[in-house]
Design a protein around this ligand. Structure first.
Ligand SMILES: Cc1cc2nc3c(=O)[nH]c(=O)nc-3n(C[C@H](O)[C@H](O)[C@H](O)COP(=O)(O)OP(=O)(O)OC[C@H]3O[C@@H](n4cnc5c(N)ncnc54)[C@H](O)[C@@H]3O)c2cc1C
Length: 429
């Protein structure tokens, strides 16, 4: 499979019994085969791969057949709401409203699960991510917050299957899709997973983003990192690096977004799942001025399956969550940029790829008939990604103060969004 299609979900590593591993996590971060698998094992691993193929319509009807709500952008849903964890500590610990961590802690404390599959920054190498099974409230909180560099939750499938008890699982869309594929064939590796949750997903970055961020601040050695946060402090938070020598480097999240075009993982450009459509419950940031002005943290929450919806209702009733319903229209408007990127841009980029005879993912559905203006806009975006991803462009941006680049990026992005507003809104609903 073409390496750009690998979403690094980690399933091949987790199922391989040590015969596939990720090499060079600080570089290209790709799975490497180190031993022979045998035909049966090979088929099992190949089936679990969500990078090459995942049939959206089939899995939608299989998992959520009777869900009353559906939009191609949001996926199937039972409820759409805005809210946050009521416990202020939980809310502050989360990336937005602390909803995902609150779900896990509630399930654990009510003894409905025995552990939660989550992702933290590695204690041994604090500049890299690490999936693990949390069995206490403290461990769940240790893993709270979004990590914007590559993660491979499914690389611990062997631990997940060996765990004594039931689990909730948190992952990005490609990771969740792979779990759904394994559940479909009753693979024993996922038998313990009772609940699946996940964040919305715009894109992920290569580790080079962290290195570049450090270099822009005159620091050359990433192993000097003591702590790395992507959403530190009050929502929407800051990217923050604490070094072993006591130096602290911080930049507003919206300004740190300047790293995206320089370090985006190519697979993010071909992923068409923005809202984590195959979870029981998913959550994103409630990006709207009315919430952003208030700070503190607000999430947009999508209840999808029956058990997910029941869980949300129980938690509201028992005073764990504050949730207010929003309409599908409001929900789509709030993330119009994200839907445009994933549900239009990604399909156009996939077509561009096909024109070059490159392998493309098969999602079992296609969105098409975009306006000429939208296609031209994609030519500009894709060219920018290509140019800004070069070594020269990365080196050039490092010569400027990140605060300045961040402000410049935010302003350019805002005016780009304003000038393309009508193209992106065409037939949004
Ligand atoms: C890579 C990435 C891109 C995102 N892009 C967008 C976007 O474009 N628009 C938007 O509205 N929201 C986006 N989000 C979601 C948003 O940042 C919050 O994660 C979401 O609002 C949930 O917040 P919370 O406070 O409920 O979660 P928290 O309580 O902070 O819990 C987050 C949970 O997610 C897990 N997690 C965090 N990062 C990863 C990761 N990389 N891989 C696997 N598991 C992880 C943690 O282990 C934790 O359990 C993105 C998140 C990530 C990780």
């Amino acid at each position: 499979m073409a390496s750009e299609l690998c979403n690094r979900c980690g399933s091949c590593v987790g199922l391989s019994g040590g015969k596939i591993r990720f090499s060079n996590r600080e570089g290209r971060y790709l799975p490497e085969i180190t031993g022979d698998q045998g035909d049966e094992q090979y088929d099992r691993i190949w089936h679990a791969c969500s990078g090459k193929e995942f049939n959206f319509p089939e899995y939608r009807s299989r998992i959520f057949g009777d869900a009353p709500g559906f939009h191609t952008y949001t996926g199937p849903y039972r409820s759409l709401s805005i809210g946050h964890a009521i416990n202020s500590g939980l809310r502050a610990a989360g990336a937005s409203g602390g909803i995902l961590s609150a779900l896990l802690i509630y399930l654990l404390e009510k003894k409905r699960i025995d552990g939660a599959v989550v992702t933290r920054m590695s204690p041994a190498q604090p500049w890299l991510t690490e999936p693990f099974i949390a069995t206490t409230r403290e461990e769940i909180l240790e893993a709270a917050q979004s990590k914007y560099i590559l993660t491979s939750v499914n690389e611990i499938l062997d631990q997940i299957s060996g765990f004594k008890g039931s689990l909730a699982y948190v992952g990005l869309p490609g990771q969740v899709q792979s779990i759904r594929k394994l559940q479909r064939v009753n693979d024993p590796s996922v038998k313990n997973i009772q609940y699946i949750f996940g964040p919305f997903y715009g894109n992920t970055l290569h580790f080079s983003s962290v290195r570049s961020f450090l270099r822009s601040h005159g620091e050359k050695d990433h192993t000097a990192i003591r702590k790395l946060y992507f959403r530190h402090g009050e929502w929407p938070g800051n990217m923050r690096v604490e070094l072993k020598n006591g130096r602290v480097i911080e930049l507003k999240k919206f300004h740190a977004n300047y790293l995206i075009p320089f370090h985006i993982v190519r697979n993010s450009l071909f992923c068409t799942d923005f809202t984590n459509e195959f979870t029981d419950i998913s959550g994103g940031d409630a990006w709207a001025p009315v919430y952003e002005e208030r700070g503190m943290g607000f999430s947009l929450v999508v209840g999808r399956s029956e058990k997910g919806e029941k869980l949300l209702k129980d938690m509201v009733q028992e005073g764990w969550l504050q949730l207010s319903p929003v309409s599908e229209k409001e929900c789509i408007e709030m993330h119009s940029h994200g839907y445009d990127f994933k549900k239009r841009g990604a399909f156009i980029r996939i077509r561009f790829r096909k024109l070059w005879f490159r392998q493309v993912p098969d999602y079992g559905y296609k969105l098409k008939n975009f306006s000429l203006m939208r296609i031209l806009m994609e030519v500009i975006i894709s060219t920018l990604f290509l140019l800004l991803g070069t070594r020269l462009a990365r080196w050039t941006v490092e010569q400027f103060p990140p605060g300045f680049v961040g402000r410049f990026f935010e302003r350019s992005r805002d005016s780009w969004k304003r000038s393309t507003h009508h193209i992106k809104r065409e037939e949004l609903h």
